[in-house]
Design a protein around this ligand. Structure first.
Ligand code: G3P
Length: 227
């Protein structure tokens, strides 16, 4: 891995399944993320759809994540996206348990365990500080706290629910020293600065970048708040 995927602070751009970040658009956006990372010297990772993983990971040097993966081993599991397959496609790791792709606790724990045995970065998502502590007990590499009701909106988690970020950082620290990231509604440098001030080691952003008129400018603006 040319980049250390554990380096923080980090901006994770979640491409979700938007038209603007699918297929050729995924590659364009990932190249812009790489350019923004190079220009600022800051860590940027992109989380892409499984159909775009190999293409994107083959063209950029920044860490490329899957947005989800299944715990099943390789074999007769129709429709499963195995960890072995995402690794082979060039993924550095994966988001797990995003609120748009939730997993049961058992499956989440097992998938994190398998990620670690395969050398894949596991970012466990949680909806609030109570869930963050629970997900931390499965020992992913990082926790991402995102209140679902703020996802896709224009009011950021740092503005609307700062206590969730602060409490998540504290409760996760009690379990282990893993970095806590936060996301939902982040679209301004101030949202990023406030998140960092609240103890987050990075942010996850989707619509604020993917749907922006000028995603590159948006990434640079958000990276300015990341220190
Ligand atoms: O994983 C990041 C994401 O859920 C946040 O979405 O659109 O509020 O930036 P958005």
């Amino acid at each position: 891995m040319p980049y250390n995927p554990l380096r923080t602070p980090v901006l994770v751009v979640n491409f979700k399944a938007y038209k603007e970040s699918t297929g050729k658009n995924a590659l364009k956006l990932a190249l812009l993320a790489e350019k923004a990372s190079k220009k600022t010297g800051k860590q940027v990772m992109v989380a892409v759809q499984p159909t775009d993983l190999r293409m994107v990971a083959g063209k950029v040097k920044i860490p490329v994540l899957a947005q989800h993966a299944d715990p099943e081993r390789q074999g007769a599991h129709t429709g499963s996206v195995t960890l072995e397959a995402i690794k082979d496609a060039g993924a550095t790791g994966t988001l797990l348990n995003h609120s748009e792709k939730r997993l049961s606790d058992n499956v989440l724990a097992e998938t994190i365990r398998r990620c670690k045995s395969l050398g894949l970065l596991a970012i466990g998502c949680a909806s609030d500080n109570v869930r963050a502590a629970k997900v931390a007990s499965y020992h992913p590499h990082m926790i991402a706290v995102e209140p679902p009701e703020l996802i896709g909106g224009r009011i950021s988690v740092s503005q609307a629910r700062p206590e969730i970020v602060e409490r998540s950082v504290k409760s996760v620290l009690r379990v282990s020293r893993m970095p806590v990231l936060c996301g939902a509604g982040i679209h301004m440098a101030k949202d990023v600065q406030d998140s960092v001030r609240l103890g987050a080691k990075g942010v996850l952003v989707a619509s604020g970048i993917v749907k922006a008129k000028n995603p590159y400018r948006e990434m640079l603006a958000l990276l300015e708040g990341l220190s």
